[in-house]
Ligand binder design. Sequence first.
Ligand code: TMP
Length: 238
Amino acid sequence: MEKRSELYRGKAKTVFTTDDPELLILQFRNDTSAFDGERIDQLDRKGMVNNKFNHFIMGKLEEAGIATQLEALLADDEALVKKLEMIPVECVVRNRAAGSIVRRLGVEEGLVLNPPTFEFFLKNDALHDPMVNDFHIISFGWATQAQINEMKVLTFKVNNVLSALFDAAGLILVDYKLEFGVDANGNIVLGDEFTPDGCRLWDKATNQKMDKDRFRQGLGGVVEAYEEVASRLGVQLA
Ligand code: TMP
C-alpha cells in the first residue's frame, strides 16, 4: 500500500490518498482540540493511543455485525480505511446528561436518560456544530430519510455493544458521537473514529472523568486516562 497525497487535514486526524482509489490512510495526530478548534494542544502519545483504541473498538463493532470503515492498522498512528462519502452530521447518543445538553436544557450532570436520547449536529466548526433535526438533514440534502433511519438504528446498536463493553471494564458510557458515510455500493458505513476524544466515560466507582472532558476542563492526565481505559479493555498499546 503506497501512501500518496494529503486529501484532508482535520483537527486531530489527517487523511491521505493511496495507490488504491477505494482506500485511504487515516493518521491520528497528537493534536487535541476543544471548543470547535479554539484550543489545540499537542498531547504526547495521543495519536498512537487513539489509533489503537479505535482499531480495538471498530473490531468489536464489526464482530457485532456493524460495518465500519476500518480495514487494518498500518502503523502506530496510521490506519487503512475504506473511502466513504461522509455525511456531514454527527450522531450523538446520551445515556446520561453531560456537556451541551446540561447547558441547553438546564438538567443536572449525570442524570440518567431512560430511554437514552439521540441528537444530530451539523459538522461545521464555524457555526459551532449547531443541532439539526431530520427535516433539516433532508431539506438541505445531507442525507435521505432512509439513511437517517439507518444511522439511528446503527448508533443505538453501537450503544448496546459498547455500553456492555465499557460496563465490564468498570466504566459508564455517558455519551458519544458517531459519523457515517456511504460506501461505493451505497451502503451506510460507520466512519471516522471511536476514541475517548469523541465520547464521555466515567469510572463506575468514583465517577472520575476518563475522556476528553479532562482536556476541556483542564483536569490534566488526559492521555494517562485514555491509557487507563485502554488497559482495562485489554487494548494492546505497546
Ligand atoms: P456535547 O455534549 O458537546 O454535545 O457532546 C456530546 C458527545 O459528542 C461528547 O461525547 C463529545 C462528542 N462530540 C464530539 O466528539 N465532537 C463534536 O463536535 C461534538 C459536538 C460532540
